[in-house]
Write a protein that binds this ligand. Structure first.
Ligand SMILES: [Fe+2]
Ligand SMILES: [Fe+2]
Length: 375
């Protein structure tokens, strides 16, 4: 704590001398000035915590002097030592908040000392509160800063993680896609089949007002739906003629094999059932496989993929026949709506075909699922 300094201002030298004498034994440094301007000079050089002034002085009134002190040294405790004749002025000054306390002349020694002590205490308390406020404000700033940094770091890490996940998932999808393409490419008749099925299916899904998340699922499931054909002998896949029963039984294993390939991958877990059930029939009949699920038991993406798959297969050349016209697809969809196909999917697909005709199945369409979901 700084040295305690009190400054007395009075134009009567006797009073100043008496005060010096009175306070000799106190632990305070006592300064005096016989003129308010001199007092202001002293205060600029020597910080005082308490100022005590007379009211009636030739150069400047005590109230005016104290209001200058207030302007220039806001923290200084201001008091008045005044005779009864100037009481009203002094009381007025107290009421206006200009003065901390009033001491009357002639003063009582003990009272004067006690009042000064209180004034110093008051000053110290005020400056301590101010200091603590500053400290806590600074700490708050520091805390806010730390929080901001922390938030920033967390955000940054989350972003990096999300990016890594995105990269991983992109890399994986690319691998799987390459796999699907490789399978399609085993037989030049089915080249691009998976991609086209994925595109048709996504567009049907969007026409059915499915949620974006589900449309994306339809797309990836579409890309991967035949991935299990990797486990089917090439001779069956590329057979340039219709399959016999035995071969057909073999090919019926591909949804299950595909599901098994995808199963270990956490972020493809929603796609697995879509792949597993893309050859179920809507009516749950024996023609469907592997589990002969019916209606709502079949994942909706699978029901959509089945329609897209049929449409793609029919409109592509096969070793044993040329591509069929769209009318044949329309007939097929009508014929098997409710048995093989989900009528709602058929309805959406027919609406799209009606709107878009041949362009719906145009080859080599540029398709970006993320742009598609935004559009
Ligand atoms: Fe399939
Ligand atoms: Fe297929």
């Amino acid at each position: 704590m700084n040295e305690h300094v009190v400054l007395f201002v009075d134009d009567e030298p006797n009073i100043l001398r008496a005060i010096q004498r009175l306070l000799r034994g106190e632990p305070w440094r006592v300064l005096t000035a016989s003129d308010p301007n001199e007092a202001l000079d002293i205060m600029r050089r020597t910080p005082a915590q308490v100022v005590v002034t007379d009211q009636r002085m030739p150069a400047m009134s005590g109230v005016d002097f104290l209001s200058k002190v207030r302007e220039q040294h806001g923290d200084v405790i201001r008091m008045m030592l005044t005779g009864y004749t100037e009481m009203t002025i002094a009381v007025d000054a107290i009421n206006k908040g200009e003065i901390y306390r009033l001491i009357t002349k002639p003063w009582n020694d003990d009272e004067l000392r006690a009042t000064l002590r209180q004034a110093f205490d008051h000053h110290d308390l005020k400056s301590e509160i101010k200091r603590l406020n500053t400290v806590s404000r600074e700490q708050n700033f520091k805390l806010q800063d730390m929080n901001r940094n922390l938030e920033g770091k967390v955000r940054e890490r989350t972003k990096q993680l999300a990016q890594k996940n995105q990269e991983l998932s992109t890399a994986y999808i690319q691998t799987i896609r390459a796999l699907a393409e490789a399978i399609d490419a085993k037989d030049h008749y089915t080249r691009g089949h998976s991609e086209r099925v994925a595109v048709y299916a996504s567009r049907i899904a969007r026409h059915m007002n499915m949620r974006k998340e589900l449309i994306e699922r339809v797309y990836f499931a579409g890309l991967l739906h035949d991935v299990g054909k990797i486990g089917i002998p090439d001779a069956i896949i590329t057979k340039p003629a219709r399959l016999n029963n035995e071969e057909y039984e073999e090919i019926k294993k591909h949804p299950e094999i595909g599901a098994r390939i995808l199963e270990p991958v956490e972020f493809l877990k929603h796609i697995v059932p879509c792949v597993r059930h893309h050859h179920e029939w809507f009516d749950g009949s024996d023609s469907g496989y592997p589990l002969r699920l019916a209606a709502d038991q079949i994942p909706q993406p699978s029901r959509i993929i089945l329609v897209a798959d049929t449409m793609e297969a029919m409109t592509s050349d096969r070793p044993y026949r040329n591509a069929l016209p769209l009318e044949a697809v329309v007939r097929e969809l009508h014929k098997y709506s409710g048995s093989q196909f989900d009528p709602k999917v058929v309805e959406a697909c027919l609406a799209l075909l009606e709107d878009e005709g041949e362009t719906f199945i145009a080859r080599n369409q540029l398709f970006d699922i993320h742009a598609f979901l935004k559009g």
